[in-house]
Write a protein that binds this ligand. Sequence first.
Ligand SMILES: NC(=O)c1ccc[n+]([C@@H]2O[C@H](COP(=O)([O-])OP(=O)(O)OC[C@H]3O[C@@H](n4cnc5c(N)ncnc54)[C@H](OP(=O)(O)O)[C@@H]3O)[C@@H](O)[C@H]2O)c1
Length: 313
Amino acid sequence: MRVFLTGATGFIGSHLARLLVREGCEVFALVRENSDPWRIKDIIQKLHLVRCNLLAFDKLDAHLQKIKPEMCIHLAWYAVPGKYLGAEDNMTLLAASLHLASSLREAGCRRFVGVGTCFEYDTSKGRLSETSPTRPESLYAASKLALQMVLQHFGETSGMEVTWPRLFYQYGPFEDERRLVPSIISSLLRNQEIKTTKGEQIRDYLHVEDVASAIWAIANSRLTGPVNIGSGRPVAVRDVVTRIGTILGHPELILLGAIPYSAKDPMFICADNRRLKNNTDWVPHYDLEKGLRNTIEWWRERLQSSEQGARGE
Ligand SMILES: NC(=O)c1ccc[n+]([C@@H]2O[C@H](COP(=O)([O-])OP(=O)(O)OC[C@H]3O[C@@H](n4cnc5c(N)ncnc54)[C@H](OP(=O)(O)O)[C@@H]3O)[C@@H](O)[C@H]2O)c1
C-alpha cells in the first residue's frame, strides 16, 4: 500500500508513521523543509520523505503525480497549544487541504482519510455520536467541519472515498509539554508544584497508540464520513491528574482548584465509539492506568537524557 501521510512529524502522525512502517506500507511522508523530525528519528530511514509545504501547491501537485498514492492520511494542521483555536492558519489549512484532496484525486488516489475533532459537535449534547448535531465554537472547529462537509460531497462526486476520523482527547509519548497530561507529569518529575482547575470536567482520553491504530483501522475499512475515535469511557480530569500524582508519589504537588475554569471549556465530552467498534476490528491496548504509566516512563527517560545531555555525558 502506497500511503501519503501528512503531519508525520507531529504528535499523532509520528505514532501513525511508526505503525504504517510496521504494517509494511510504503510511506511517503510530507515534511516541511524547516521541520524538526525529532519524533520520527528512529524510523526516518524507512520513510520516503517528501520535502514540501502543504501550501506549495505546484510542488505538491508534481510530487503527487510522481508518487501516485493509493491512500492519503492527512493529519497536518496548525495545532499549537493555546493558539490553534482562533488562529487564521485554520483558514489557510482549510484551503490547502481542499487543494490536497483535488490534487490527490488527479493523481488517482482512491481513499482520503482526514482528521477532525470532537469540537465539531455541539458539546452540550451529552455523549456524542456521529449523528449528534454539530455546532463548532472556534475557527479551528469550524474549519475542520467545513473541510469534512466539502470533502464528503467531493467524495460522492469524484469517486475518491473520504472518511473522517473525529478525535476526542489523546495523551502519550511525544505530546507537546504544554498540554495537560505532559505538563502534570513533567512538573511532578521535576518536583515542582502545578496549578490546575478543580478538574470536574468529564473527558474521553485515549492513549495515542490506540488513536493511531484506530485511524489505521478506519483507513482500512470501507467506512466513509465521520467516525469517532475515543475510549467511550468518561473520566473526570481530576481523576486523571490525581492518578498521575499517585503513580509518581507526589499528589500534594498538584494544586487542584488553583485556577478557574475557562468560560469556553465544556464540562462533558465523551465519545459514542460504536461506529468504530462495530465496523472495524479495532481493539484498544491501553486502559488509563497502563497508558499513564507508559507515558510517565517515556517522560522519565526523556528528562533524564536531556539532563545528561546538559551535563555533557
Ligand atoms: N492532539 C489532539 O489532541 C488532537 C485532537 C483532535 C484532532 N487533532 C488533529 O490531529 C492532527 C494532528 O494533531 P497533532 O496533535 O499531532 O499536531 P502536531 O503535533 O502539532 O503536528 C502537526 C503536524 O502538521 C504539520 N504541518 C503543519 N502545517 C503544515 C504545512 N503547512 N505543511 C506541511 N505540514 C504541516 C507539522 O509539521 P512541522 O513538523 O513542520 O511543524 C506537524 O507534523 C491535526 O489535524 C489535529 O487538528 C488533534
